[in-house]
Design a protein around this ligand. Sequence first.
Ligand code: ZN
Length: 284
Amino acid sequence: MGYLLDSLLRYGSDQSCPYCGSRSSRPLERKYLVTRLFRCRECDLQYRHPKANAADSLDFYQDDYVQEDGITTELPDATRLRFLVDTGFGEKNVDHYATLFGRMFPDLARGEVRIIDYGCSWGYQGHQFRKHGFQYAGLEVSRRRAAFGREQLGLDIVTSEAELRGGADVFFSSHVIEHLPDPGRMITMGMDLLRPGGYFVAECPNGSEVRRRREPRLTRKAWGMVHPNLISGEFLAGAMADKTFLLTSTPFHDLTAVFDAWGGIGSEVGDLTGSNLLIIAKKS
Ligand SMILES: [Zn+2]
């Protein structure tokens, strides 16, 4: 069924917050008459209504999801893959994260650091992390993209969460949480899959209050059919309130220096005006 027709039919559906279940929320924006962005008064999650549901979402990501950036959902042929490798994967380059993950564990060799990449598509990041020497396991719900990463790139990519092995050093997700019907599940699962001292690292479009005020047209574009959540620093700070975390936004310039300045002790909120939000939370 089409997104707008489905939204129209479900206009009167449950408006409770998909994170905390609160029924106290207020509408912030409206698109196409029948879709609205709500903000939960309890936990600050900004979510689309009608809400995404898990079964439709799983179905959508099998084959219908298309991101027109030439990499996220497009399986490369050999020539294209060669090009991506030679040019460093463009916007999907993870060299700065590789440097950061090395810095997080000064007592471990890179080959001893195990990364879980949650929502890894066909493995364009996994391929880079492995080249940087890390142990890597990815999760991708699209069977087609997961199979490509396994078969063409030789990566360890599973399609169900139950297959992920715990005790990881880093739980990494890049542009995933904004797609999920239940963002809290990813946070809980990510923390559960880490060993004590490990880090939860998530990057996503930035819907923080300061950015919404500064770039209303851009943040308005950042929620809709594909992104049922507009994640903000306010929400993440609340969701991670019982942990020590660092919140910041792009451009990171020297991410390692930012990480060093934080030191993993206490929580710190940096500049939240950039286009992408980054949270790093430490498992105690
Ligand atoms: Zn809530």
